[in-house]
Design a protein around this ligand. Structure first.
Ligand SMILES: [Zn+2]
Length: 762
């Protein structure tokens, strides 16, 4: 596994198949697709940033890279992707074997370019806060104080805007002189950009242009009008503070059998329209703070009557969801608008109820927005996460904007699409596969917002036909991939990151061992998780369990060692041996067992899965468990109910939740206060160790996970038990040392493996 981590440390890429099945037939037989999880802005401290423009192949436009074959005498380079011969331009005249430009150094397969004429731009980042006021006083108080703290952290040069909403939408003038002023819009009615500008007196001083699109200062708006709504952070602190200080709960009365009138979608539409008119094309984020379900306007998810429950997975399954499709359609439209404008939608959803994350998902994900889901604005998950967004230093998110991702590959490869936070730019070409997954039918994608963790899952097709002539293989058995990411660095500079990969391909008899040697089972599990989530959302009547089981059985019967019809003879190479376990846990995970959660939670989990790297995603699929006891130092434990013992503490990390679980005896000692007595220092240390480890995990993660501290047999213990392999259940006879059993009808891993072996050898 370390070699795959080394590859990731060099290029930010993990691929399930690092030796690529070389023909279409071969690739289909491999079950897990040829694919890559790529983190375009992964930080590499030693990566050079070249102060000049890249050299491109005149045929396929790919960028000069270490895999290019260079003829130093003739000053020619051959593009490895299309084999085109290219002349070096005059300024490369001094090139020689001893005088290579950095982009040809073998170790710089990932490199960045910053063109010299592109001085750090003066375009400031823009933050438009969109704040829900249909909250109880306590929640509104939490939200106000979190926002006030965030404002202190805003970059001085950034521009800030504020919209509040409830029954109505209020756009606040922050650049006011004496009297604070707001513009009010009806929550039930959609407002066009033209109406918006008209009503907000944008054309008082400068008349509305008769033709053309109104877009920013250059096209139609006067700077003074814009400055009323988007104000530099350094100038508006007072105004913003006083507006927030005086912010009241939505004043419209709500009957006891009714929900509040909350026009989330109209507020977001006003925010998008305003930004589209004022700052099109420059990095801007709408940060929405939503504290309950949307009940008004195009994106309403439920009616105002409390007698109508909010849609559940069951309702979605039966398609008895009167509001859902309409709301999703609205947010699809909004996402198109935002992608065109280059703007991001971030969602902070904090409520005990669902707020409509499932409907909003498309707009957040396609714009590369951040999402945080918590039960209250007072919860640390929300407060700490919001702070992280603006924090600089070690735990900086590395937010960047205005990204475009493009790819190029050898001619026998096509791209099906990307599952991840991006939007298709609909650039069709010969590289596009007929099979489409996620954002497909294109070779360019927009990433309005991206950060150093953003990880895309690219799915490829191998189109090479089976060749009867096996000798052809010897001419060139390398496939090449090139990933190009243009983006605006947070210092304002435009950058281009280029990653070029080479992978050997194999085909025909005897290739199995090579394929196995290049199999990265963690990456494979993550690709399967993103695929199964995508299919569950996009294919009617899709059966995820059946799909996963069939894939696993096929993979095992192809790559396992066994004698036909002899299950006991079955074994897997260490390269594949944990894969069945990953699939077992994936089947039980929140991504597949959606009925244990609300549609909002499911949407949230999947959005995070779709943007995280392999290591983090593996934790979401198969949580990690560490055991602490007097007998030994902290050690990894099997994710099994047998790990529970009275004299142990367990630390479970399931990514979204971190659980510290005290065994019964430990809990008793703690309740008796032993850790406070000087003679029981060792116990105090034992109690503290998992706390410290949990803190380390929480600090590095965005959004922050929920921390649950609980005791054996306590009600919160369910957060641990739900993730453990039910090797002992109420219907098994075995007694377990920890004395815990799990009330479930799920099969245990042993039973699962047994079935798998029987089916794989058939
Ligand atoms: Zn080329």
């Amino acid at each position: 596994m370390t070699e795959f981590l080394d590859l990731e440390a060099q290029d930010g890429v993990r691929m399930p198949w690092n030796v690529v099945p070389g023909t279409r037939q071969e690739a289909i037989g491999c079950v897990v697709p040829v694919s890559a999880i790529y983190t375009p802005l992964k930080p590499f401290p030693s990566m050079p940033v070249l102060p000049y423009s890249p050299l491109r192949c005149r045929n396929c436009r790919s960028v000069l890279n270490p895999f290019s074959i260079v003829d130093f005498a003739a000053k020619i380079w051959i593009c490895p992707l299309c084999f085109q011969r290219n002349h070096f331009p005059p300024h490369y005249a001094s090139i020689s074997e001893d005088n290579l430009p950095a982009e040809l150094f073998p170790q710089y397969t990932t490199i960045e370019y910053a063109s010299p004429d592109d001085r750090p731009s003066s375009v400031p980042p823009v933050f438009m806060f969109v704040v829900d006021t249909c909250l109880i006083e306590e929640e509104l108080g939490f939200l106000k104080s979190a926002l006030l703290r965030a404002i202190e952290l805003l970059p001085e040069n950034s521009l800030i805007g504020l919209i509040t909403f409830g029954t109505l939408v209020h756009v606040h003038e922050l650049g006011f002189g004496q009297i604070p002023k707001t513009y009010v819009f009806k929550g039930s009615k959609e407002v066009s950009k033209e109406q918006l500008l008209e009503q907000m007196s944008f054309f008082l001083k400068k008349p509305k242009p008769i033709t053309g699109v109104i877009a920013g200062v250059r096209d139609g708006l006067d700077a003074e009008s814009i400055a009323r709504f988007l104000v530099p952070a350094s100038e508006c602190e007072f105004a913003l503070n006083s507006v927030l200080d005086e912010l009241q709960k939505d004043p419209w009365p709500v009957a006891s059998d009714q929900r509040a009138m909350r026009c989330t979608s109209t507020a977001l539409s006003v925010a998008a329209g305003l930004l589209g008119a004022c700052v099109p094309g420059s990095g801007a984020r709408i940060m929405a703070f939503v504290g309950g379900p949307s009940t008004e306007g195009q994106g309403a998810i439920v009616s105002k009557s409390l007698s109508e429950p909010i849609r559940s997975h069951k309702d979605l399954d039966k398609d008895s969801v009167p509001h859902f499709h309409k709301a999703v359609k609205f947010y699809e439209g909004l996402s198109k608008q935002l992608v065109n404008q280059g703007h991001v939608l971030d969602l902070f959803a904090c409520a005990l109820d669902q707020v409509g994350v499932a409907e909003l998902k498309v707009a957040v994900e396609k714009t590369g927005g951040l999402v945080v889901l918590a039960e209250s604005f007072g919860h640390s998950v929300f407060k700490d996460s919001l702070k992280r967004v603006f924090q600089s230093g070690e735990y900086d998110l590395g937010l960047s904007s205005n990204g475009i991702f493009e790819l190029n590959c050898s001619k026998d490869i096509k791209v099906q699409g990307i599952i991840g936070p991006c939007a298709s730019l609909e650039k069709k070409g010969p590289l596009c596969s007929d099979t489409v997954v996620g954002q497909g039918n294109t070779t360019a994608w927009k990433l309005c917002g991206l950060d150093k963790a953003t990880s895309l899952c690219l799915i490829f097709d191998i189109v090479k036909k089976e060749s009867p002539d096996a000798t052809i293989q010897s001419t060139s058995n390398q496939f090449y991939f090139q990933f190009l990411t243009y983006y605006q660095h947070n210092n304002g500079q435009m950058r281009l990151r280029v990653t070029t990969l080479s992978r050997r391909w194999v085909a025909g008899p005897g290739s199995i061992q090579d394929l196995i040697a290049g199999f990265d089972q963690e990456a494979a599990a993550v690709v399967m998780a993103r695929q199964v989530s995508f299919k569950m959302e996009s294919e009617a009547d899709f059966d995820p369990i059946r799909w996963l089981d069939r894939a696993l059985i096929q993979l095992c019967s192809r790559f396992g060692d066994y004698q036909k019809d002899s299950p006991s003879s079955f074994s897997l190479s260490p390269r594949l041996s944990i894969f069945p376990q990953f699939i077992f846990h994936l089947r039980r995970s929140q991504f597949v067992q959606v009925f244990n959660n609300s549609p909002d939670e499911t949407a949230y989990f999947r959005m995070i899965l779709n943007r995280e790297n392999v290591v983090n995603s593996v934790v979401m699929i198969q949580p990690s468990l560490i055991s602490y006891s007097f007998h030994s130092g902290p050690e990894p434990a099997f994710l099994d109910v047998a790990a529970i013992a009275a004299d142990r503490i367990l630390l479970l990390d399931s990514y979204f939740t971190v659980v510290i679980f005290h065994g019964a005896t430990i809990a008793q000692w703690r309740k008796a206060g032993y850790h406070n007595q000087p003679e029981h220092q060792a116990f105090a240390q034992l109690l503290q160790a998992p706390r410290d480890d949990a803190d380390t995990i929480i600090k590095e993660r965005f959004p922050g996970p929920r921390l649950v501290v609980c005791d054996q047999h306590g009600s919160q213990a369910r957060f641990l038990l739900a993730k453990l392999n039910p090797s002992a259940t109420y219907n098994s006879e075995a007694t377990v040392p920890g004395g815990d059993i799990i009330f479930t009808d799920d099969v245990s891993f042993e039973v699962f493996l047994d079935h798998l072996q029987r089916l794989a050898v058939q």
